[in-house]
Write a protein that binds this ligand. Sequence first.
Ligand code: HEC
Length: 115
Amino acid sequence: MTAQSRILRLACATAALMGALGAPAAGAAETDPFHGANVVQGQKFYTDLKCAACHAERMMGQASAMYTRADRKVHNPKQLLAFTQMCVTQLNHDLFPEEVKDIAAYLNQTYYKFK
Ligand code: HEC
């Protein structure tokens, strides 16, 4: 084998390896279910709308238990978005879809941690 072909093979192997390792890293932003959402804004909505008060009432004073209970209803980002929307609607609040997404992103970052 010539030195040149050995370098070529090494380059190919490196490229293949980088492809294998690089794919998930490159896709990270796309797999973030709430990519582009404003978590800080979401937390503000969550506080302002007093979401926790009602949840606490139902979870013996511990609002966060709503998201961490064993039989929680939310098992994926889609359900998280749907539940958030449902509770926002229940509060008689009319938020933009982006704002509902901000809240869901906040809950995801804090409790659910879906990727
Ligand atoms: C009037 C009471 C009330 C208010 C206010 C309320 N919720 Fe809820 N929320 C509930 C109840 C009750 C459940 C549980 C429903 C169930 O178990 O089927 C729930 C469940 C949820 C869940 C799903 C939890 C799980 O099981 O994984 C999310 C997410 C959620 N609420 C988000 C919010 C957000 C965000 C707000 C504020 C915008 C909010 N809620 C305000 C009553 C409320």
